[in-house]
Design a protein around this ligand. Sequence first.
Ligand code: GDP
Length: 300
Amino acid sequence: MAASFLTHFPITPINRFLYSHKPKTLIKTLTTLSTSTSPSLITTHEQEITLIDETPLQIPKEKLFIPPETEINPEKGPRILRGSNIVLSKYAKDAQVVSAEFVKSSVETEACPNDGSPEFAFVGRSNVGKSSLVNSIVKRKKLALTSKKPGKTQCINHFRINDSWYLVDLPGYGYASAPNELRKDWNKFTKDYFLNRSTLVSVFLLIDASIPAKKIDLEYASWLGQNQVPMTLIFTKCDKRKKKKNGGKHPEENVQDFQELISEYFEAVPPWIMTSSLTNQGRDEILLHMSQLRNYWLKH
Ligand code: GDP
């Protein structure tokens, strides 16, 4: 069911990927985000969130992620979540984190919680900023309990959010210091989870946008694509804007490069979001994206 998110657009040849560096965004109150089809688009109150990129569309339509059953207003065009290629759908609601609790660490897929709640798995290269992002999403300082020492991280860590869905912290990969054997185990362990976890709605693959694409990340993303595992790319550290002297690129350029490098492995353009744990960029957008994937998944 969730895999159907991957099938909205055919593969298109790599073309110009226009991306607005500094989208002019409007502060919208939540009520103004409501539509007639989804009156309670986001069930938070009073709070003002900048969510929708109201600038003229600069991402070509074939590069957008349009969730199923999304009706696009022909006059106004799609409503795109800021700093992403994700179009807002009628399923976006209940996007606030009210409660978060650690449930369990499992060493294999079969041992994971089996109550059938939908889940999202966070994974990325060691040091990509996963703990910082998970903590910023749940607004707690130390929720991601994983230690950085190889050996202590080989668990699937389930956190229950709002007593209704799971955020899953998976072992980081690519530790320079880990022995080869251990690296292989991590591969097998996480691959088994990706392929067999029926309640997995989407893998959130974290990619450091402050540096050029790494081979291991490209391999990871292409493996997910080839195995039709639904994936969202979460670009981290997007606040690091300083151009390095030796040909370093801005986050937006790295975001573009990464997608071009993996495009052949995906039938449809995967959703992506630019984030920073320092500025909280992308936090609300991740939560909204999760909510619309989750609510669609629950209905089908
Ligand atoms: P993990 O190993 O993937 O869990 O990564 P951490 O969350 O521990 O972060 C690794 C390093 O990157 C730490 O020094 C963080 O302070 C830094 N870091 C994490 N997120 C960001 C971010 O959004 N922006 C910047 N500039 N640094 C970050």
